[in-house]
Design a protein around this ligand. Structure first.
Ligand code: SAM
Length: 442
């Protein structure tokens, strides 16, 4: 455990790091650090300051927690949980953000906003004022009128609405079913026993006026299989994922730029991206590394059907239908890439995906994975741990799956094939995911 620093020591670190970040952003629109309407949505610091900003946020969080004291901290953490769940759910269900005029000085009375949204004025005021307390919207005249700030205006953007919907309709339902999932299916790694699936089945039964069938006939059927029947939900999920991958910490460039392929001796001639979806990663690889002659995107038939190579990559990219749980890989390639695949699956399924790849590997073959590697919990890393362990819990709710630490990755590789070993793990500063290099030592 790291030695306890005094609060004034924390404050001086905060002052020092704040000045460094402020200086680094001088003259840029981000340098105001504002949440007001129209402010930049993300604060992008120069790469040399990523670590400083990380430490600054961490130190602020520690100082706040310690100033609150144990009980104060507990209350400040527990109280917002049901409050935000309820408030965000109403913001989404009544599409409140879309009814507030957009503009730096555009305001609306609670009375009129309530009329537009179909909510009584008093309820509108109560909900909005709770949201404002969490820095979503801004009040103009106390108790009378409200306007957007930069955070709330996001919720009027269709893709962000989808992300909010995904959280309040899907994830919150899943979170509330975790206890049931753990009680009914202890130790299960089956996707069909996941909390989110239980919530989904119950909501569907209620909607159809039926009694939920407690017997889960096929537990290998996961959330996406259930969702597949509902086009709107699938579209919302895709749209929401599109937003999360645009956030700075998830930039694909962290992965692409950290592949050692600028060195011609290390650059593969062919790459296969397994579960490669629309081929965004392959396309970025081909553009960044001209020595990669060809890339293959392997995904489920419905995903690759109709996929086309962009004009500038004509002849260098191919889409192939492949089911990683059911088929051995037959596509030969110098390296195989997996991005955001394994965390959707428990070890029993993730090992199956790797086992299906092994027959295609030769001595020295490489697998490159872009995914989170959980850090050991640390007293100096709570904000990072909250993001990482939060992602881990979302995988648990959704798929009975998990994020993995280095030890977790090693356990998975050992379960799949003893010839697979981790050669390196790199986490670029500011990135959520690591770049994991795996070698097949035949
Ligand atoms: C979370 S997405 C990741 C997509 C892409 N790798 C990326 O980083 O954007 C998971 C991908 O796995 C694919 N997938 C799910 N089950 C699959 C299966 N059984 N066989 C092949 N691909 C599958 C999905 O279609 C989806 O494209």
């Amino acid at each position: 455990m790291a030695p306890l620093r005094s609060v004034s020591e924390l404050a001086s670190i905060i002052e020092h790091h704040t000045q460094a970040v402020e200086e680094g952003l001088k003259g840029t629109p981000e340098s105001e650090f504002s949440l007001a309407f129209g402010a930049p949505l993300q604060i992008q610091v120069p790469p040399s300051l990523e670590a400083t900003r990380g430490e600054l946020l961490e130190t602020i969080d520690e100082l706040r927690a310690r100033l609150l004291g144990p009980l104060g901290y507990l209350m400040a953490t527990v109280l917002p949980t049901p409050v935000l769940t309820g408030v965000l759910h109403v913001l989404h269900a009544f599409d409140i953000a879309s009814h507030v005029p957009l503009g730096p000085n555009a305001e609306i009375s609670y009375e009129e906003l309530g009329e537009r949204c179909g909510l009584p004025e008093d309820d509108t005021r109560q909900i909005l004022q709770a949201a404002i307390a969490f820095r979503i919207f801004a009040e103009v005249t106390p108790d009378v009128s409200v306007r957007h700030n930069a955070a709330s205006s996001n919720f009027a953007v269709p893709a962000m609405k989808d992300m909010l919907g995904l959280f309040v309709d899907e994830q919150c339902g899943g979170a509330c079913k975790l206890v049931e999932s753990l009680q009914r299916f202890p130790g299960s790694g089956e996707p069909g026993h996941a909390a989110h699936v239980l919530a989904f089945r119950e909501a569907k039964a209620i909607k159809e006026g039926k009694v939920v069938d407690r017997d889960i006939a096929d537990p290998s059927k996961g959330l996406f299989d259930y969702m597949a029947d509902d086009e709107e939900r699938v579209a919302r999920f895709r749209s929401a994922m599109g937003v999360s991958t645009k956030s700075l910490a998830y930039r694909a460039s962290y992965f692409i730029d950290n592949l050692p392929w600028a060195d011609q001796n290390q650059c593969p001639g062919t790459v296969a991206d397994i579960g490669g979806a629309g081929g965004e990663i392959c396309q970025a690889i081909l553009r960044a590394y001209p020595n990669v002659k060809k890339a293959y995107v392997l995904d489920l038939p419905e995903v690759v059907a109709g996929a086309k190579a962009p004009e500038d990559l004509e002849g260098r990219i191919e889409y192939e239908s492949y089911n990683f749980l059911a088929e051995k890989v037959t596509r030969e390639a110098d390296v195989y890439v997996f991005r955001h695949i394994f965390h959707d699956w428990s070890d029993q399924y993730a090992a199956k995906i790797l086992k299906n790849l092994v027959p295609a590997l030769k001595k020295g073959s490489k697998i490159w994975i872009s995914e989170l590697v959980l850090s050991d919990l640390s007293d100096r890393n709570h904000t990072k741990d909250q993001m990482q362990r939060g992602a881990d819990m979302l995988m648990k709710f959704g798929h009975n799956a998990k994020e993995r630490s280095k030890r977790g990755w090693e356990t998975l590789l050992a379960a799949a094939d003893e010839r697979l070993r981790i050669a390196s793990i790199t986490r670029p500063d500011g990135a959520h995911d690591s770049v994991i290099e795996i070698v097949f030592d035949a």
